[in-house]
Design a protein around this ligand. Sequence first.
Ligand code: IVH
Length: 771
Amino acid sequence: MSVAERIDALRAELDEHNHRYYVLAQPTISDRDFDALLQELTKLEEAHPEFRSPNSPTQRVGGRPLVGFRTVKHAVPMISLANSYDLAEIRAFDKRVRGLLKNQSFQYLVEPKIDGVAMSLRYEQGQLVLALTRGDGREGDDVTANIRTIGSIPLTLRTPHPPEVLEVRGEVYMTRKGFVKLNQQRETAGLPVFANPRNAAAGSLKLLDTREVAKRPLDAIWYGVGEMRGIDFATHRELLNGLDELGFRTPPLTRDCPDLPTMEAALEENLNARNHYPFEMDGAVVKVNERTLYGELGNTAKSPRWAIAYKYEPEQVETRLLDITIQVGRTGVLTPVAELEPVRVSGSTVSRATLHNWDEMQRKDVRIGDTVLIEKAGEIIPAVVKVRIEKRPSDALIFPEPDACPVCGGPVSKREGEVAWRCENLQCPAQNTRRLQHLASRKGLDIGQLGSVVADALVEKKLIAHPLDLFALALDDVAPLELGTPERPNTFGRKNAQKLLEGIQQAKELDLQRWIFAIGISNVGESASIDLAKHHEDLQSFLDSDLIRSLHRDIQEVDTAIQQMKEELNPRTRLTPTTPQAEVTSILEEYEELRSKVEEILTRWSDRGFVTLTTKALKKTDRGLPIPSYNFSSNITTSVLEACRAFYDSDQGATWLRKALEFNLNPTRSAGDSSPSGKLSGKKVVFTGSLEGVTREEAKQTLRDLGATISSSISKNTDFLIVGENPGSKLEKANELGVAIVPYHDLIDPKAEPQSETTQVLREQLDLFDS
Ligand code: IVH
């Protein structure tokens, strides 16, 4: 036997034993014999590096650390499931499916919903070549090296005739036991613990050290497919059996359900089994079994119409409320937090829960010493749902409204129309830490080394009084930072400090949109930041923007004028049959004057793409006088304008500008934002209806990347209306206004057959596809 043959034989044998051990849980050799085979293979591969392969069983123990994760586009987007919480919704789903499928016969299949991390594995010619996280559904992180360490995942499909391409989809999870053990180890080591098994699994998959990943108790279950070439399955049952044969672990407890009653029984059975498996289940999934009918059923923007998740009600548990503390957020909002007697709920131990605000606290009549009901639903922070008044001790204490900030002692106030109390002191250290964390967050300047502990330490050591002070940090300031406790010291160190400073330097190169988001102005989220960046050259011009100030002023004026036209100057209320003619004339004149002023202002802003002008005629009884109105064409709306304005006028805002100048920070708009080169540059598009295979957000981003501006309402300035299924009234409007109507895929997918001549012509005119 040649070396190559021996290597092949060993690999096949080891793969087989791995499968028996991890997937079937029926090992047929001892660990010792297994190790001996693995040893032999390792030696042969070391001696003959030309035969090394990433899918060799020797690679499961992990290897060289990774530098990072590249993002890769999914061949088929990873969409999600619609959720339902009661049988009524399930029955409605059944009715909908039956309606769509008319008289065709079909069955359902019920399987558990596994609470893990969604993953897509790509096999080409039977070899694992790529493992991607879901990411945003359109593209995910390449975690292949980490996935290879999971024993139950086949590195090579168990078939002599592998298909050309097979993408397998499922969940990677951490076992409950493994999770508890890992947290115990972390606690002893002084490391932060994971909140639940899902976070632990997600955290493990993001480790750069594959050897470390190999030690984590990860496993996986597979229930779906993405791209397939040279293989197909007619039903979901066949798919599960097929995956099983190819070497994958598939869900336990799957039931074929010919009708609604059997399906309901299967859901009940699933719920009862919830704690019997080593992984967390957060519900069941009902799928139409016949895959051949999926095309007919189609997808909504976010999820397929052939499946629905039946989620368990979040578990609620009782515990005692020992104390109430106050947390101060980035924008100064004070949040009362319940300090609880630790309890386990939905798979994790909870000792704190949010009480939201004082109004809520009063409404629920929460007092210190009460017995309360708490719940944790998915990602959401645990919340106090209810007080068990009957268990209230006589000495339970009402928690008073705050009279000062608990962190800095500064004044607190409540803004008109808001329920939240805020700390007024913009230099409050609590706000500084949160602002700093927000600045460094992934959607902001993405400075990985700057987590909450480091942020706290920087503020506490008075190295940072304003987020931009980051740019004045020196290695010697940061390296000695103490992050631990006196009992468990943990110094930041030169290496980490160096990385932090590198991250800070890199942030200077990020584009304007990220910087605007990073400032953390209230109401200015990601979408508003994108739109604000389009209208500003660079950071410094945004930090005191005449454009925003004047738009804000004009919008206020317009709003007041429109209000006046509707009320005081409304001919209906002002004019009676006995009003003297002279007064009629003067009122009408005044009205006309206001109207033309408003229209003049709005036209100016509409030409610049901020608003769209609509003119509604008042009803007949109002003498048919037209009254102007408008919509915002982008995410720069009144609340964004007000927040920017308040920011410019605050000390915080002034300091941003001063420091940006001082540190010479002036990131500019990236090419992508204004996209002079984008094929859709300058085009205004509006969406209606649900799109197949992509979410609305993803679709918007794709078009933005091509340079288009997305508006929410249609006008004669709109270039195209992108239509999906079940379009709304915008479709009629587009027809009325003669706006081009384009199916999304016609515009972005070179493989899509254009559905009309208009879109064919558009494609050519815009020269969208090179070939
Ligand atoms: S099917 C196109 N089946 O739950 C539909 N998903 O909340 C693909 N999940 O995105 C999903 N167990 O990550 C399906 N048996 C199961 C599942 C399951 C868990 C996850 C999956 C999905 C999410 C939706």
